[in-house]
Design a protein around this ligand. Sequence first.
Ligand SMILES: [Zn+2]
Length: 74
Amino acid sequence: MPMGNIQKQKFQTWLTANVPNYPMPCTVCGRATWDAGEIVDTSGLSGVLAPMVQLVCQTCGNVLLFDAKKTGVV
Ligand SMILES: [Zn+2]
């Protein structure tokens, strides 16, 4: 599901506080053009409720996934 503005702001704050070199270069294209993506419900795949939040490279589409609970987004 899409993130609202408050969730995006929480995610950005968490990234800045917990990822020392954020915005880091993308491992695929080398650019630092990250933006928050969507909250992904992985329970259908694993049977375990573990929502993930996407960080999407706006240049090449590479996606990093973070534990949405750990980031405070959900
Ligand atoms: Zn990239």
